[in-house]
Design a protein around this ligand. Structure first.
Ligand SMILES: [Zn+2]
Length: 249
């Protein structure tokens, strides 16, 4: 149940039973020639909303503004500082905990959120938890099997596949043609050095990856694969909730 679609009396009643709340974090940034600007938020929200309804929990409004400075040369990207992101997350978490939610579980969809989330978690010992949607071995298996090395790091066929389940598919033939051209392949060293979206300045990033994809062949995206990934990730989160509930509630 979405928190914003409930009344305060309902929330009060529901909180008579101790429970946590789910929240998605994403970003608002370019995702290559056929990827939506909201891809990261759409992916984490799609999974978080499924998790919340299956676990009978509330879903807090998503945090879709995030650090994405490296993509600022691409139109449509909105970037906030890690400091602002951390303040926002800290204050949102405090509000939810004040009302009696026992914990906040974040479903994350953006690499550059990981370090700031970890920093904020230090202030909320055993009250704030997170996993990125790709953190489960079952999800990894699907990504490897379906896309192998073409998964890459940004505007991945996996994330575009998830957006294609229920959101707009960009059909522009010119942009599709650009996407059908394989992107530049990444070396293992590059992937290790740049994990967590450590991509340098906007200028450097735009120069190195002019169509916005970082080793990801997004034209391979397919909503059927997206559904498989969502299901595997949702299962992972439901197990995580069972674990949290059995230790915290
Ligand atoms: Zn993304």
């Amino acid at each position: 149940m979405r928190l914003e679609q409930t009344g305060w009396m309902e929330v009060g009643d529901k909180l008579k039973n101790p429970q946590g709340i789910i929240m998605a974090t994403g970003s608002t940034e370019q995702h290559g020639p056929i990827g939506l600007i909201g891809t990261d938020t759409i992916c984490s929200e799609t999974i978080a909303s499924d998790v919340a309804s299956k676990a009978n929990m509330y879903l807090a409004p998503s945090i879709g503004f995030a650090p994405a400075e490296f993509n600022m040369k691409f139109p449509g990207t909105i970037s906030i500082s890690a400091q602002t992101f951390k303040s926002l997350l800290r204050e949102v978490t405090s509000s939810l905990l004040k009302h009696g939610f026992k914990y906040v579980l974040i479903v994350n969809g953006h690499g550059a959120n990981i370090d700031p989330i970890k920093d904020v978690m230090i202030d909320f010992n055993n009250k704030l938890f997170f996993k990125s949607w790709w953190d489960f071995p079952t999800v990894d298996n699907i990504r490897n099997k379906e896309f192998g090395d073409w998964e890459g790091m940004h505007a991945t066929p996996s994330e575009i596949s998830i957006t294609q389940i229920n959101h707009r598919v960009i059909e522009n033939t010119k942009f599709k043609k650009i996407a059908e051209n394989p992107p530049q392949k990444l070396t293992k060293d590059f992937i290790i050095a740049h994990s967590g979206d450590k991509h340098g300045t906007a200028e450097e990033h735009h120069r190195a990856f002019p169509d916005g994809r970082v080793g990801s062949h997004s034209a391979m995206a397919n909503p059927e694969i997206g559904k498989k990934i969502v299901n595997a990730s949702v299962e992972g989160f439901l197990e995580e909730i069972e674990r949290l509930n059995s230790t915290l509630l």
